[in-house]
Design a protein around this ligand. Structure first.
Ligand SMILES: [Zn+2]
Length: 247
């Protein structure tokens, strides 16, 4: 069983079996303009695909201005090289083969803390560099605990230039979580972690204006609003992955 979202460029999504049928998690890019997206799902033994339409609404992302050290606005050649190596390490961590979910409960926030930066914010750094925020910032003092959002396997533990001390966890089902700007690690690559387990400490490493946790959730290759993932109902236990993907 396989599905395809049809918009300007096609995007496939994968199903895994559940006790009552099959489930898939699909993300759409944050940059998508309001409008409609058509979905097609092909089911073995059925000639015609199932079709559905998803409406994209304007999320009205807020705009903020931030100040950071100049080296993050105009990185040196050495820093650029480091950023490329960091990106390659993340690509490697996210390139795991598709596997069924490794978790059985819903996703939970990694800290019970005030949200200081929303997903999707359009940000201006030092009055010029612009970017959009691909995660949620949670308040915290250096040394305070950070917990795994769900069960999974630690896919990356790395000290990066922009994201500082960083962890990525693979949760299966195409889902990953990331934790940036940490001051210390309590896990190692390959470790199995459970929901709520302390994986490290809040810090102010990398491109930051002060100590906090940047938390992100990725579906295959797209960062999504963590709030939208906390609300998803998963029907565990999950079976083996089904074969086949869309083109
Ligand atoms: Zn952030």
């Amino acid at each position: 069983m396989s599905g395809t979202a049809l918009f300007p460029s096609q995007r496939s999504f994968r199903f895994y079996p559940t006790p009552t049928g099959a489930q898939a998690v699909l993300a759409l890019p944050i940059e998508l303009d309001p409008g409609t997206v058509n979905l097609e799902v092909r089911v073995p033994g059925r000639q015609d695909p199932l079709v559905a339409t998803v409406e994209i609404v304007d999320p009205h992302f807020p705009e903020t201005k931030l100040s950071v050290e100049p080296k993050f606005i105009a990185p040196s050649a050495a820093h650029k090289k480091q950023m490329e190596e960091d990106q390659a390490a993340f690509r490697e961590a996210f390139s795991r083969p598709f596997e069924p979910p490794l978790f059985t409960a819903a996703f939970a926030p990694p800290r019970e803390a005030k949200v200081t930066g929303q997903f999707g914010e359009r940000r201006t750094f030092n009055g010029k560099k612009q970017s959009q925020h691909y995660g949620t910032d949670l308040a915290g003092a250096t040394g305070e605990p950070i917990r795994a959002t769900n069960d999974g396997v630690v896919a990356l533990v790395r000290d990066c230039f922009a994201s500082g001390k960083s962890i990525a966890i693979a949760h299966g089902g195409g889902l990953f979580s990331v934790y940036f700007h940490m001051s210390g690690f309590d896990v190692r690559p390959g470790d199995h972690v459970v929901r709520g387990q302390v994986i490290g400490k809040v810090g102010a490493t990398g491109r930051v204006t002060g100590p906090h946790l940047h938390f992100g959730i990725k579906v295959i290759d797209i960062y999504v609003d963590p709030d939208s993932v906390y609300r998803l109902a998963f029907s565990a236990p999950f079976g083996a992955t089904t074969s086949g993907t869309a083109p």
